[in-house]
Ligand binder design. Structure first.
Ligand code: SF4
Length: 467
């Protein structure tokens, strides 16, 4: 059993009690809600005549269903309009802060909470979205939850959870040019598998993570869930504190110094005991692309699609399914495969640093003929900052569309959808069948820089060739 880790400390500090089931009743410090998983939860509260216990610890935004081309109200999609209206009404009725479209602070839930300073080290965070693990980048313990748990947190500010084991994932060394945080997490998941983290919290440590910005750490923690881990985190350090200082919700004045001392004390101890430790060398990580239908089916861009008999026996059936669905031949190179759509955005890679990096490669180049390429900032703040730097001009001049903030084609619960068998180069986090809005559409996950490389060449390409 792990001991002396940040996970243990935060868990113990938030334990309200042990339930008859043996689970822990855990206090949730920050509850983030959005339009998709909250309406039924509010309906259940009403049925039972319950209130939201801590509205001041509940924050709402709208992200999944918002259109990214025209956000004028009412939305053209009647269902989307009904969903945003329901959230508006629920937030008003229960006194919850709501970052609505046009507020200047709307955006993807996992982008806006960190950028406003809601997410802080040592917190427990919950949200009805799988990629809540993102907030672990701050040294928070953050859980994606289902609708009935959203109800539980609204009503009681607590969750019933079983304690996790802790695996330390240590990556050391400098990333090579053209290799990004996205490649690191895709490499980890391809190595440990999409179920490798089941029952674990992943602690990301080592010199590679030490050297990452907060936005890069968020990219890594965002996809911890894709490796099966219930949550992922990085111990808070000077990078964390520099990011947080001055943000709207961050402590100020003398409270800031106290907070930094407290946050520092929560980091895993030097002699912490882990249930498991896995080590990687950053020099062995290449620009990585998924070839299949799970985020674990990834290869370095210069590798061939693996043969089924080279994989673990348990992996072979899903590999066979992936060859058929993706229309790929084992032993062939993914590089050179024609792409139809290139998408930069999502809570994995829709932050300012992602757009800056992508723009470096887009500058002075042109999107290939026949390719639809678009950039969707993760939040209104990201959009505003990117425009202040002129990034939108760089993208537009290169032939990318520049859109309004939202989840867009990550999940396609809005007008941004693949058509038919289209193949998408995407900076998002899931390549499941039909994930991007077409029942037989296909998705290749990669870093934003690699998406630009695909967009300007019209095919899966190695971004290092553009350096
Ligand atoms: S961008 Fe994708 S993963 Fe992130 S919150 Fe939106 S739909 Fe979920």
């Amino acid at each position: 059993m792990s001991k002396g880790t940040l996970f243990d400390k935060v868990w113990d500090l938030h334990t309200v009690g042990i339930l008859p089931s043996g689970q822990t009743q855990l206090l949730i410090g920050l509850h983030l809600i959005h339009e998709v998983t909250s309406p039924q939860a509010f309906a259940m509260l009403r049925e039972r005549g319950l209130k939201v216990l801590f509205p001041e610890r509940t924050v709402a935004t709208v992200d999944h269903i918002v259109p990214t081309e025209n956000q004028a109200r009412p939305f053209a999609d009647r269902l989307a309009e009904e969903m945003i209206q329901a959230l508006e009404q629920n937030c008003q009725e229960y006194g919850i802060r709501f970052y609505n479209v046009g507020s200047g602070n709307q955006g993807i839930v996992h982008v806006i909470a960190p950028e406003q300073g809601w997410t802080q080290p040592g917190m427990t965070v919950a949200c009805g979205d799988s990629h809540t693990s993102t907030h672990g980048a701050f040294g928070a313990i953050a859980f994606g939850i289902g609708t009935s748990q959203v109800r539980d947190v609204l009503a009681s500010q607590t969750l019933a959870l079983s304690k996790l084991k802790v695996r330390k994932i240590e990556v050391n060394g400098r990333l090579r040019p053209g290799v990004y945080a996205k490649d690191v997490i895709l490499h980890i998941i391809r190595t440990l598998g999409v179920k490798g983290g089941v029952g674990y919290a992943y602690e990301f440590g080592g010199t590679t993570f030490d050297a990452m910005s907060m936005e890069e750490r968020m990219t890594v923690c965002n996809m911890a869930i894709e490796g099966g881990a219930r949550c992922g985190y990085v111990n808070p350090d000077v990078v964390t504190f520099e990011y947080l200082q001055g943000r709207d919700l961050a402590p100020k004045g003398a409270d800031w110094d106290k907070a930094v001392a407290w946050w520092t004390s929560l980091s895993s101890d030097a002699d912490a005991v882990y249930d498991d430790v896995v080590t990687f060398d950053a020099a062995n990580i290449s620009p990585t692309v998924t070839w299949g239908i799970t985020p674990g089916q990834g290869i370095a861009v210069d590798e061939v699609v693996p043969f089924a008999d080279a994989l673990d026996a348990a992996e072979r059936p899903i590999a066979e399914e992936a060859y058929r669905y993706m229309d790929l031949t084992p032993g062939s190179l993914l590089r050179g495969t024609k792409v139809d759509v290139c998408f930069i955005g999502s809570c994995t890679n829709g932050r300012l640093s992602d757009l800056r990096e992508a723009a470096k490669f887009a500058k002075g180049r042109q999107v290939a003929a026949g390719v639809k390429a678009f950039v969707v900032p993760g939040s209104e703040q990201v959009k505003q900052q990117a425009e202040a730097e002129g990034l939108h001009k760089v993208f537009e001049e290169a032939g990318f569309e520049w859109r309004e903030p939202g989840c867009s084609m990550c999940l396609a619960m809005n007008p941004d959808k693949l058509q038919g068998r289209q193949l998408s180069a995407s900076s998002s986090n899931r390549n499941f069948k039909g994930r991007q809005g077409s029942a037989n559409g296909r998705t290749l996950l990669m870093s934003p820089a690699m998406v630009v490389a695909a967009a300007v060449t019209g095919e899966v390409s190695d971004v290092r060739d553009l350096l």
